[in-house]
Design a binder for this molecule. Structure first.
Ligand SMILES: *[C@@H]1O[C@H](CO)[C@@H](O)[C@H](O)[C@H]1NC(C)=O
Ligand SMILES: *[C@@H]1O[C@H](CO)[C@@H](O)[C@H](O)[C@H]1NC(C)=O
Ligand SMILES: *[C@@H]1O[C@H](CO)[C@@H](O)[C@H](O)[C@H]1NC(C)=O
Ligand SMILES: *[C@@H]1O[C@H](CO)[C@@H](O)[C@H](O)[C@H]1NC(C)=O
Ligand SMILES: *[C@@H]1O[C@H](CO)[C@@H](O)[C@H](O)[C@H]1NC(C)=O
Ligand SMILES: *[C@@H]1O[C@H](CO)[C@@H](O)[C@H](O)[C@H]1NC(C)=O
Ligand SMILES: *[C@@H]1O[C@H](CO)[C@@H](O)[C@H](O)[C@H]1NC(C)=O
Ligand SMILES: *[C@@H]1O[C@H](CO)[C@@H](O)[C@H](O)[C@H]1NC(C)=O
Ligand SMILES: *[C@@H]1O[C@H](CO)[C@@H](O)[C@H](O)[C@H]1NC(C)=O
Length: 465
């Protein structure tokens, strides 16, 4: 069949228009949970030096927004989790929030994405869950009221929104949120032509099963490992694609096959605790360079379920953040140390060839740690806080603090720090298997040097590898 020249021209016109408009953006998450981070203007300079095209922040910090004035960097801002319930039922409050937090900066500061909450399903109670989409609708309406049309409204989700993610074609949202949260959200995203914002960390599934999942498969390094999904017939060459496609199949199952995916967080930790595998500078650099190379490839690669689609991606994160709670890896996702030096070289434009980067340090933690680990008070910890944590730890478990009572083998020398280190080790040795951590709000740290002395034996966590 002959195609009239004019419609051919038209087709080309639309083709070039869309591909120009949706070139793949790569950005950086600028988290601020550290007490030693450079100020916003310096941080913005560092963000520019990484060639980031987007910066995502977890609030609407005016200092950061002002520092982004006169730059081409696109910005993603966030409505805090604890405002969602109130905003969901109060248009005046939504309007007020947009008026005070967006209007003073828009359009000079290129705010393009507005996330309502951060991983709401993973981090808040179910009262907030059902308020999420109503809050998104109100925020969208407020933006319209103030004539702000370039800002996409969404909300970031972690992989725990899925009940089933394997094989990817079996991807299904959790039953408790599927109809009440996900379906209305997808309807909203479809109507407003927004994105499904997804936080994807292949590190976590790999680290929980490093025997069956190959590290190379998680790092985009495998040349020969493939997984063929029996449900879809699609072939996978890396874990990231599998995870993203499981969400795409879950959306399809609810009747929304076309909603674009935006990777709002991905990354790999450059360090962690002794009992955490694979968290090192080598792997972090390999993962982050590979994902950037992949999503910036021209023409776009997409995923097996969506070949050729662009996948905007924001790497987590700018800095190692020393006040992030949880396991050690949480505090080691940065491309930069707080003192501004690079943990490893990184170019978020994807244009620097691998050969131009300096050689990476060897990966020393790719096998599980074998041996004993103790939990000690960190250097410089606040003494009154340590005393509080000691009292708390002694109330947990069985005879946790008996040896540090007067007359016990670990009572002398009678020092707060020594007693607390004993209590932390004793607590952790009993509770690690049920999820207890050696963290104590940053007061504790792991050691592999046995602190026992004389007749005082510190309980340890013993790993068989
Ligand atoms: C939400 O509204 C209630 C009732 O007006 C108020 O008490 C509460 O402080 C509000 N919450 C936040 C986070 O502003
Ligand atoms: C951005 O910079 C311009 C001048 O270049 C200034 O007029 C404007 O007030 C600034 N906007 C903000 C939000 O700081
Ligand atoms: C929220 O969770 C609580 C406790 O798990 C449950 O009792 C309640 O029914 C849930 N509410 C809704 C609206 O799902
Ligand atoms: C698909 O997911 C369901 C739960 O949604 C699970 O019961 C089933 O085993 C999964 N199928 C396969 C082949 O893994
Ligand atoms: C893939 O290649 C590596 C290195 O050449 C080899 O050790 C491994 O056995 C191969 N795996 C498969 C599934 O062929
Ligand atoms: C919205 O849904 C309709 C109907 O399923 C579909 O045709 C359209 O492509 C969707 N749009 C987006 C942006 O997902
Ligand atoms: C910055 O901090 C890191 C980690 O503490 C350290 O290894 C590095 O030497 C420091 N760089 C400078 C320039 O001080
Ligand atoms: C130690 O922590 C307490 C309670 O959080 C606080 O009041 C005090 O200022 C802190 N002391 C130092 C030296 O930081
Ligand atoms: C404490 O002892 C009881 C009874 O022996 C036991 O059921 C429980 O699991 C112990 N708790 C811990 C944390 O080991």
């Amino acid at each position: 069949m002959a195609i009239p020249f004019s419609s051919l021209l038209l087709a080309f016109y639309f083709l070039s228009l869309t591909s120009a408009k949706i070139s793949t953006l790569v950005g950086i998450n600028y988290g601020q949970l550290g007490n030693n981070l450079p100020p916003p203007p310096d941080s913005v300079d560092l963000i520019k030096s990484l060639n980031a095209q987007i910066v995502k922040i977890y609030d609407v910090n005016p200092q950061i927004l002002k520092s982004l004035n006169n730059s081409d960097i696109k910005v993603s801002v966030m409505v805090p989790n604890d405002l969602i319930i109130n905003i969901s039922s109060n248009q005046n409050l939504a309007d007020h929030w947009v008026r005070t937090n967006i209007l003073p900066f828009y359009p000079q500061i290129k705010i393009r994405y507005l996330l309502v909450g951060n991983e709401i399903i993973s981090s808040t109670g179910n009262q907030t869950w059902i308020s999420l989409v109503p809050a998104m609708r109100r925020i969208k309406r407020s933006l319209k009221i103030y004539g702000i049309h370039k800002v996409k409204v969404g909300s970031s989700s972690a992989m725990d929104i899925l009940q089933s993610s394997f094989p990817p074609s079996n991807g299904t949202f959790r039953a408790d949120i599927s109809d009440r949260v996900m379906k209305p959200m997808l309807q909203f995203l479809n109507r407003t032509k927004s994105f499904f914002f997804l936080d994807v960390y292949p590190f976590f599934p790999w680290a929980s099963d490093p025997v069956n999942i190959k590290l190379d498969y998680a790092l985009f390094e495998s040349k020969n490992i493939t997984y063929s999904d029996p449900g879809s017939g699609l072939t996978y060459t890396n874990l990231f694609d599998q995870m993203v496609d499981s969400v795409i199949f879950a959306m399809k199952r609810l009747g929304y096959p076309d909603i674009r995916v935006f990777i709002s967080e991905t990354g790999w930790p450059n360090g962690g605790d002794y009992d955490q595998i694979g968290a090192n500078i080598h792997n972090a650099a390999v993962y982050n360079r590979n994902i950037v190379k992949r999503v910036t490839a021209k023409p776009p690669v997409g995923t097996p379920a969506r070949p050729g689609w662009v996948l905007p991606t924001i790497i987590f994160s700018l800095y190692n953040e020393n006040q992030k709670p949880g396991l050690g890896t949480e505090r080691h996702f940065g491309l930069l140390y707080p003192n501004r030096s690079a943990v490893y070289e990184m170019d978020l434009s994807g244009k620097t060839p691998e050969a131009d980067f300096k050689p990476l340090p060897a990966a020393e933690t790719n096998e599980p740690f074998k041996g004993k680990i103790w939990c000690m008070v960190s250097r410089g910890a606040n003494k009154s806080e340590v005393a509080g944590a000691l009292a708390w730890a002694c109330l947990q478990g069985n005879k946790t603090c008996e040896p540090i009572q007067k007359g016990g083998p670990c009572y002398e020398p009678d020092s707060l720090i020594r007693h607390a280190s004993f209590a932390f080790s004793s607590y952790w040795a009993q509770f690690r298997k049920v999820g207890g951590t050696c963290y104590f709000n940053g007061l504790a740290t792991q050691t592999i040097k046995d602190p026992s002395y004389g007749k005082c034996m510190f309980p340890s966590v013993t790993l068989q590898g």
